[in-house]
Design a protein around this ligand. Structure first.
Ligand code: G4P
Length: 555
């Protein structure tokens, strides 16, 4: 690829214009998204099918049973092993119809952690995947809330239509009433389960027939106009009439399609299909590309930064240690927000003010690494991280900017971290502080100063295991976990004064986070709701912003 010099080095205006045109074209041709779903909804299967369309893998086939292995490895790593293909475990890039698509992995199953939430901070669009039989499930709801905070467009794919499921109208109603999100069905199913016959494309008024092919084989896409007399022989009349009547109901009482509302995250286009049989995936991808937003502007200390700002900027959204046991390395994943990234470029690290030369940027494909020559807004690159980067750090060229930090998400698992060996305290402290800084886990402190041990607070159990493992392997400290039976945490908006005002609270433990803000821990949602009822004026938050202009308190 011919590299056009960045604007700052441009010897003349026309080269500057050429660069601007190149940048705008690259932005225009990029889309990124993350899939939000509950385990088993079919994320791995859908990912595999999307890769097929992008030509990233050649062979179709259902994802094999993963049994016990699923418990210890990430979905994508697993997929990679099963299929013998090379895909990254953080971001998957593929091209489809001239568009570069970045699919960001949201770790699920045992890998569910704060990283899952943080990944959504780097995504411009989300695909909400539901199992037609189960509807909305807990993990999907939590991830949806994180998307809602940034109002990113949400595209809903209702999967497993080849199996008996809930009534489609009930599924839409659940999304509307429980998520407060309007829906617009792009297609509508004809029958379900054994009687699933296909979908009606509402925009073209065509019936796309479902063929129950061999398991995992791509089904052919036969389209017929809804008035085609041949349909009678292919689809039971009562099923077709029911689908048409339901669509009429939607036309009368449902929301209208409005792209502006889609892009504002207020209206979700809904698709019915079956990832396993590859039914509806291609049309979904086509419509997604038509409606999804491109790399979006991001809030910073200098206001929103447009991707077409000519100088490079980006932020770290994920740090991963020991991705490959052979390398024992740490990688910082950077979402590019503006300008063009080039290999060997020197950037400024906003938090420390240091200049850094990014000499070994990588795209990480499972076990293999490819050096990135250049990358654009919406892309993700991996940087070797010798302890320099923290979650939320901004890298930039040109005028100083700092992107809004990635907030702290409500932890659900809490445990005292004990250090049985007092002579190892120095290393214990160093390890705990560094791992917190890295974002491996949140650290809470007891309000009683005499209880010096930190409380580890995590979103997923694996986070605690990783912290213990790394403390032992990287800092030489063997630790003991002592679980505390709380499951819900809330920050108090009004801080300590608000808490003092209401006095003693029962069935709740008050601790403080690393910015010394009060955090309330509850055994269950019921206790939380009790407090809300007793003190309706007390404002509690499940997500807390990072505190700028103040250093967090270390152990
Ligand atoms: P996840 O990553 O969201 O956890 O889900 P995954 O893709 O692993 O799919 C979970 C299960 O659902 C798998 O079955 C998969 O084959 C099945 N599945 C996915 N999409 C569809 C679909 O459209 N229709 C039907 N009927 N099933 C679907 P499994 O029994 O766990 O594994 P396997 O034995 O099928 O490999």
């Amino acid at each position: 690829m011919t590299l056009v010099p960045p604007i700052e080095n441009s010897p003349n205006a026309s080269q500057g214009e050429a660069f601007k045109a190149l940048l705008c074209k690259a932005i225009d041709k990029r889309r990124n998204f993350a899939i939000i779903s509950h385990p088993d909804a079919g994320k791995t299967t859908l990912t595999e099918k999307l890769l097929l369309y992008g030509g990233a893998i050649q062979q179709a086939g259902a994802v094999k049973a993963r049994g016990e292995q699923r418990k210890v490895t990430s979905d994508w790593m697993e997929l990679e092993k099963q299929r013998g293909i090379s895909i990254t475990s953080t971001v998957l890039q593929f091209k489809y119809q001239g568009i570069t698509i970045n699919l960001l992995d949201t770790p699920g199953h045992q890998d569910f952690s704060e990283d899952t939430y943080r990944t959504l901070a780097a995504a411009d669009n989300a695909v909400m995947l539901e199992d037609a039989a189960k509807g909305l499930e807990p993990q999907t709801r939590k991830l949806f809330e994180v998307c809602r905070m940034r109002n990113i467009p949400i595209f809903t794919f209702i999967n497993k239509m080849d199996r008996p499921g809930q009534e489609p109208l009930a599924l839409l109603d659940e999304i509307e009433s429980e998520l407060n999100l309007s829906t617009w069905a792009v297609n509508w199913p004809i029958g379900s389960g054994e009687l699933f016959r296909g979908i009606i494309d509402r925009r073209t008024q065509e019936v796309v027939l479902f063929e129950r092919g061999e398991r995992g084989k791509q089904s052919s896409e036969i389209r017929k106009n809804i008035n085609d007399p041949e349909l009678k022989a292919l689809v039971e009349e009562e099923l077709l009439i029911k689908a048409i009547e339901e669509i009429e109901l939607l036309e009368e009482a449902g929301s209208k399609m409005d792209l502006e509302l889609v892009q504002a995250g207020e209206l979700t286009p809904v698709f019915f299909g079956s990832a396993m049989t590859n039914f509806g995936v291609g049309p979904f991808l086509d419509t997604f590309l038509e409606m999804a937003q491109g790399p979006a502007a991001r809030n910073s200390s200098e206001g929103p930064i447009n991707p077409s700002r000519e100088t490079f900027s980006g932020f770290v959204f994920k740090l991963q240690a020991n991705m490959d046991p052979r390398h024992r390395d740490r990688v910082a994943f950077v979402r590019i927000c503006s300008g063009r990234f080039e290999k060997d470029m020197t950037v400024k690290h906003a938090r420390t003010g240091k200049q850094i030369r990014l000499s070994r940027p990588q795209k990480i494909f499972g076990q293999d690494r490819a050096v990135v020559e250049d990358a654009y807004p919406g892309d993700v690159i991996g940087l070797n991280n010798p302890g320099m980067f923290s979650i939320g750090d901004t890298l930039f060229q040109g005028k100083h900017i700092e992107y809004e930090g990635i907030p702290c998400f409500s932890p659900e698992i809490f445990s005292w971290l004990r250090n049985p060996n007092p002579s190892a305290f120095k290393n214990f402290r160093k390890g705990v502080n560094e791992l917190r800084e890295e974002g491996a886990v949140q650290i809470l402190y007891d309000t009683d100063q005499s209880k010096r041990d930190p409380i580890l607070a995590a979103v997923g159990q694996l986070q605690l295991e990783v912290v213990q493992h790394r403390l032992e392997n990287e800092y030489g400290v063997k630790t003991r976990l002592e679980p505390i039976g709380f499951q819900v945490a809330r920050w108090v908006s009004g801080g300590w004064p608000a808490l003092e005002k209401i006095g003693r609270i029962f069935n709740c433990k008050t601790v403080q986070d690393c910015w010394l803000r009060p955090v309330l821990l509850f055994k269950n949602e019921w206790n939380l709701n009790q407090l809300k009822e007793d003190h309706p004026d007390l404002e509690l938050k499940a997500v807390a912003p990072v505190v700028s202009g103040m250093n967090p308190v270390n152990l």
